[in-house]
Design a binder for this molecule. Sequence first.
Ligand SMILES: C[S@@+](CC[C@H](N)C(=O)[O-])C[C@H]1O[C@@H](n2cnc3c(N)ncnc32)[C@H](O)[C@@H]1O
Length: 215
Amino acid sequence: MRLRNIPGADEYINDSPYVINDAKSLKGHWQSDLFLNNNPLHIEIGMGKGQFITTLAEKTPEINYIGIERYSSVLYKAVLRFEKAPMDNLRFLCEDARELTEIFDENEINKIYLNFSDPWPKDRHAKRRLTAPGFLEIYHEIISPEGLLEFKTDNTNLFDYSLSTINDSPLWEMCNYTYDLHNEPTLNEGNIMTEYEAKFSKLGNPIHKLIAKPI
Ligand SMILES: C[S@@+](CC[C@H](N)C(=O)[O-])C[C@H]1O[C@@H](n2cnc3c(N)ncnc32)[C@H](O)[C@@H]1O
C-alpha cells in the first residue's frame, strides 16, 4: 500500500507525540524508557492504516505495541485515527523493516505480526518479501526465545513461499498453519481482521495463516 504523497504528512508525523522519531536511541530500553512498565512488547511490521494493531491494543492493554510502517502517507492515516482515541500501550514508527536490529535489542520483542505483506511476485524481487530468509534472520535477532512470528495473507504464492523459507530456515520452527483461517475454529479464535483481510475475505478469498517460533 502506497498512498499518493500527502502534503504535510511528514511534518505531521514528525510532530506527533505518538510517532517515535528517535527509535534507535530507545534500543534495549523500550519498556523502561517509553512505556514505563515491564509489559511484553509486540510489533506489527507493515501495519498499513493500523486497524489490526489498534484493535489489538484496545483489547489487551497489558501488552505494549509498536506499529511499523515505512510510508509516511500511510502512517499518517493511522495516526489521525489513533488521535481520536489514544492509548498508552501503542506507539508508531515510520521505518523500514530492514532497520529493526538498529531499533530493538536481542530478545526485546515477544511477538511479531506480519499481515498481508506485499507479495513481490517477480523472482528478482524475492528478497523484498517480508518472509525472505534475510528478514527471518533480522526477526530472529530481536525475538525472545519464547516469542512467536505470526503471518496472515490471502496470497497463496506468498504463503507457500513463506512456508518453505521457514521450513528451510535453521532459525525458525513452524508451530501451526492453515490455508483457511476463517474455517479453522482453533486458529481463528480471537482473530482480529486487518483492513486487507476484511476486503479480501469479503471477495471470497480464503485467508492463510502460519505461526512460527525461534529455534
Ligand atoms: C498490503 S499492505 C497491508 C496493510 C495491513 N497490514 C493490512 O493487513 O491491512 C502492506 C504494508 O506493508 C508496508 N511495508 C512493506 N514493506 C515494508 C517494510 N520493509 N517495512 C515496513 N513496512 C513495509 C507497506 O508500505 C504497506 O503499507
